[in-house]
Design a protein around this ligand. Structure first.
Ligand code: DGL
Length: 266
């Protein structure tokens, strides 16, 4: 087997949110070796400053790319992508795929013309999102809110802990209370953690609201970029965490179900 066939795809997030991208990627590239890196020592990104996030993400991805020689890196995190994608592309010599709020597909889907967008505090204030809205919003009304509690809830859910319904209800209520909020029929999950709470969100928002996230589009983009390449795994996919390995405690079932080996420290 040549080195290239074993060269992994590196998926990076602050935590387990990027597993929603991993799941979509597995469907289109089942045979590709993947290294998933969760920056648990830096979690959450959403409450950090732009400078902190940019320095952390580009530094870590630079070191990871050097160590694991991936063929492609995907920043499976909206917060990190909307802030640091350009910088990471400058640092790495491989293709870098980002994850940005799925405003374009949401604008194509909405019938009421009102879209809700739930992201982290850092994501919703980015000029990158203003730009997506003006280029692809197509005259729709986009109502944005930050929901940092959902990041924690998704992390807990994947560790087998219950999600507090009040947290989900609060997201619904805050969006509905915004001017025009009652007309929302499409909800952009602008954080890779949030599709892990799709069921809970659907229960709170009701069947008339369609959830949209970027995972499938990102997986397709990765597959397109790697078209024609050979893949050969040398073992189970690897799941790395920054900080103490104990941060991954409770994730065993979620990792095993996806075919990962035991969590490792980066
Ligand atoms: N998963 C990250 C995102 O897509 C954010 C989680 C965090 O705040 O670290 O934005």
């Amino acid at each position: 087997m040549n080195v290239e066939a074993a060269s992994p795809i590196l998926l990076f997030d602050s935590g387990v949110g990027g597993l929603t991208v991993y799941d979509a990627l597995r469907k289109v590239l089942p045979q590709a070796p993947v290294i998933y890196a969760a920056d648990l020592a830096g979690l959450p990104y959403g409450t950090k400053t732009e400078a902190q996030i940019a320095a952390r993400v580009s530094g870590l991805l630079g070191r990871m790319a050097e160590r694991y020689q991936p063929r492609l890196a995907c920043i499976a995190c909206n917060t990190a992508s909307t802030i640091a994608l350009g910088m990471v592309r400058d640092v790495l010599e491989i293709p870098v795929v980002g994850t940005v709020p799925a405003i374009k597909p949401a604008a194509a889907l909405t019938r009421s013309g009102t879209i809700g967008l739930v992201g982290t505090e850092a994501t919703i204030r980015q000029a990158y999102v203003d730009d997506l809205e003006s280029r692809f919003g197509n005259g729709t009304r986009l109502l944005r809110i930050a929901a940092p509690g959902l990041v924690e809830a998704a992390e807990a859910k994947l560790r087998g802990r219950a999600v507090d319904p009040a947290l989900i209800a609060d997201v619904h209520d805050r969006l509905a209370a915004m001017p025009g909020g009652e007309a929302i029929d499409t909800l952009v999950l602008a954080c890779t953690h949030f599709p892990l709470l799709a069921k809970e969100l659907a229960a709170a928002f009701g069947p008339q609201v369609t959830q949209v996230d970027g995972a499938e589009g990102i997986a397709r983009r990765i597959a397109d970029l790697l078209e024609g390449q050979d893949f050969a795994s040398t073992g189970p996919d690897r799941f790395l965490v920054t900080g103490p390995l104990a941060g991954a405690a409770g994730l065993e079932a979620a990792l095993t179900a996806r075919g990962f080996g035991p969590a490792e420290a980066f």
